[in-house]
Design a protein around this ligand. Structure first.
Ligand SMILES: Cc1cc2nc3c(=O)[nH]c(=O)nc-3n(C[C@H](O)[C@H](O)[C@H](O)COP(=O)(O)O)c2cc1C
Length: 157
């Protein structure tokens, strides 16, 4: 996964060390600059069974701030924001690994240290009865849903 670089950070930032599920750590830089997802835009990615990114659309690239070649082959946790509780992602993985759809609100971290809120739908991809990977389609969410998710995730931390 590409390391965050201070050269790319825009604005005042704070540093955090994220502890990933696989035991690894990542130093991230976080600003309080929000990018609002444009109305009607769908931010799409596909992953393999391990959660490594295999496909991204242009909106995904634009919102994340990374290059396509930096995203393909990386885990989705390249976008993980320190405000997101691990339990939210555990629920996502428990649900999709059972072959079910997951919906939820996610705060994602951009390469420039800013963030964007999305409403995400994660779908298991099943071919000839076999689970082969996952697709996530994200869209803009309302301010009310963002406020509710912020409060919930703060209480879960
Ligand atoms: C299809 C799919 C899409 C995902 N999209 C995101 C995402 O946009 N942002 C994110 O932080 N995690 C996303 N995840 C969850 C990550 O795989 C991971 O569980 C999460 O970032 C926490 O990772 P960590 O425990 O390794 O830090 C997605 C997972 C799947 C299967």
């Amino acid at each position: 996964m590409k390391a965050m670089s201070l050269d790319n950070i825009v604005g005042d930032y704070q540093s955090f060390t994220l502890h990933h599920d696989d035991g690894s750590e990542r130093l991230v830089y976080v600003t309080d600059i929000e990018t609002i997802v444009p109305d009607g835009r769908l931010i799409v990615s596909r992953t393999d069974l391990q959660g490594l990114i295999t496909h991204v659309n242009t909106s995904f690239i634009d919102m994340s701030g990374y290059l396509e070649e930096e995203l393909i082959g990386s885990p989705h946790s390249i976008l993980r924001h320190p405000d997101m509780p691990a339990a939210a992602f555990k629920d996502l993985w428990d649900t999709v690994q059972q072959g079910r759809k997951w919906h939820g609100y996610v705060k994602n971290l951009r390469q420039d240290g800013g963030y964007y809120w999305v409403y995400a739908t994660v779908i298991p991809n099943i071919r000839q009865g076999k689970l082969i990977g996952y697709t996530s389609v994200r869209r803009k969410t309302s301010r009310n849903h963002v406020s509710a998710a912020e409060e919930l995730y703060r209480s879960m931390q």
